[in-house]
Design a protein around this ligand. Structure first.
Ligand code: RM4
Ligand code: MN
Ligand code: MN
Length: 382
């Protein structure tokens, strides 16, 4: 079992990437309500990430979405982030809003449109070079809404071909992540719909291509921790999008609805990755992907990091040796009890100590609510 000092060390070095879009205006397909304090451009998003990092010391970088975060000068953007102690993280090309992509982007039958999607991705690789980002995070919504609309095989081949062209443009130390999602915006079929499809493609496309698991992208009841284990074993788990869901891809605060599932996922992750390592992001990219529709953005991100730290701490409490023994003895009750023992431990005291030792506020959410700098920022933006 891990010593308390080691657990604390690990939590101290556990960092997660925050999404620029988590600080900006967002909504549902019905309406995007205005939330006081929301960031109005990518610079304000970086300011917010820096503010969150100042309070939590748990932010590794800011993921950006293109074209949402398009700017004239990406070097300047990178420098702006660096001045605030942050890096630019994963670059996410957006294939779902352009009018031309009505019938698909990287798999479109129309060669001009397909080329446009490829070129748009090349542009993102350029942005990665300017911002020193190492992760190209691809979510491709292409699919179909009705039986007969597309020829599955042909569409998949077109997608594969586009991805091959893109992979050739990646530099050696760049990784392309393929994020799968089983439905939405297409409601009948999605080309990259599950971990298996993403795995097949990442195998074919080579070492620089891996799979990204978004917690909201599976049918109900899917055993995500098993997917995590399989992909890790095959060295193809490249990244995570953390969020929570009840019905579909709800993008709610991570750990809000299914904390035990999240814990079980961390239990698997720990077997393959040292999530606290400095070089963590080179091995696995950990990113929040949430849409805080009704919550104020900064407290929502702080809450998310809090939930992740709590879950990570609990997972580190698992006695893996004892668990192995129980499994060997076919002691099913004991095996489950070992997991429960860790899960049910109140780790908030450990987190408080970690924060004290780092000189951070112990109650991060309360701190934001009482922080003049925060409220001044909220007033200035309205
Ligand atoms: C998708 C997917 C992507 C995210 C977009 C906004 O469902 O999760 O990662 O970039 O939404
Ligand atoms: Mn996602
Ligand atoms: Mn999603």
């Amino acid at each position: 079992m891990m010593e308390l000092t080691e657990i604390k060390e690990k939590i101290k070095n556990f960092k997660v990437e925050v999404p620029s879009w988590g600080f900006g205006k967002s909504g549902t397909r019905f309406h995007a309500f205005h939330i006081p304090g929301e960031a109005r451009n990518v610079y304000e998003k970086i300011d917010d990430a820096a503010f969150v990092n100042k309070i939590t010391d748990a932010v590794s970088a800011v993921a950006i979405h293109i074209p949402w975060d398009k700017v004239e000068d990406y070097k300047a953007l990178k420098e702006y982030a660096e001045e605030k102690g942050l890096k630019i993280g994963a670059v996410n090309p957006n294939y779902f809003e352009d009018e031309d992509y009505l019938f698909g982007s990287l798999s479109n039958f129309n060669l001009e449109i397909r080329q446009k999607a490829i070129d748009q991705t090349f542009e993102c690789i350029e942005i990665m070079k300017q911002t020193n980002s190492k992760i190209l995070s691809m979510w491709i919504p292409d699919g179909s809404n009705y039986p007969g609309q597309i020829d599955f095989n042909k569409s998949f081949e077109l997608l594969e071909d586009s991805l091959k062209q893109i992979t050739k443009h990646l530099e050696k130390d760049m990784t392309m992540l393929l994020e799968y999602k089983f439905f939405e915006p297409a409601f009948y079929s999605t080309l990259l719909f599950d971990w298996g499809t993403s795995y097949i493609l990442s195998k074919e496309l080579g070492k620089n291509v891996k799979t990204l698991v978004d917690l909201g992208h599976h049918p109900q009841g899917t055993n995500i921790e098993y997917i995590v284990s399989l992909l890790s074993q095959k060295k193809k788990l490249g990244g995570f999008h953390f969020n929570s869901r009840k019905y579909a891809d709800d993008d709610l605060t991570v750990g809000s609805l299914n904390p035990y599932e999240l814990f079980l996922i961390f239990v698997e992750l720990n077997k393959f990755f040292d999530l606290s390592a400095e070089s963590q992001n080179q091995k696995i990219s950990l990113v929040l992907d949430q849409s805080h529709n009704v919550k104020p953005k900064i407290p929502a991100v702080v809450q998310s990091l809090n939930n992740l730290q709590i879950t990570y701490a609990k997972s580190l409490l698992v006695d893996y040796e004892k668990l192995k023994q129980a499994q060997q003895n076919h002691d099913v009750v004991e095996a489950e009890e070992i997991l429960k023992e860790a899960y049910e431990t109140d780790v908030r005291g450990i987190l408080r100590e970690v924060r004290q030792e780092k000189g951070l506020p112990e109650d991060t959410i309360k701190y934001v609510n009482e922080c003049d700098e925060y409220w001044k920022m909220v007033r200035e933006r309205d």
